[in-house]
Each structure stands twice: as structure tokens, then as C-alpha cells.
Design a protein around this ligand. Sequence first.
Ligand code: ZN
Length: 76
Amino acid sequence: MKKINYKLSGEIFWIGLIVGVIIVFIWHIAGLVIVWVSALQAMIFYRCPHCGYPLTDISMMHPSCCPRCGVDLYDE
Ligand SMILES: [Zn+2]
């Protein structure tokens, strides 16, 4: 099984957000659940792979480096 890293988590967040927003028009609760779950997993997994600093507080785009330890996140 593939380990969830911050990049995959960020992708899941965006896919979940887009899919959830589309589904919310068809099935309100299911769409909200998808958005909520994708945001929740991002809070857990979208972190610096080196120091564990959560990257969710800057933006959901891939930052170029960690705001705390300064590691280059594109180098992973
Ligand atoms: Zn870091």
C-alpha cells in the first residue's frame, strides 16, 4: 500500500474539494462529507516530511520550502 505523503495528501484535498463541490449540487450531505474528509486528511497528512510542521496554514498549494525547517519540498 502506498504511504500517504504530503504531496499525495495535497492532491487528495484538491480532488476531494472539486468532486465534493460538484456532488453537493446533486446530493448535499455526501458532497459536504467528501469536502470535510478531504480537508481532515490534509490536516493530518499535509505536513513537512522532515519536521512535521503542518503546511495547511500557508496555503493548499505546494510550498517550495518548509516555513519552519526550510527544507526544499520540491526535492522529495
Ligand atoms: Zn520542515
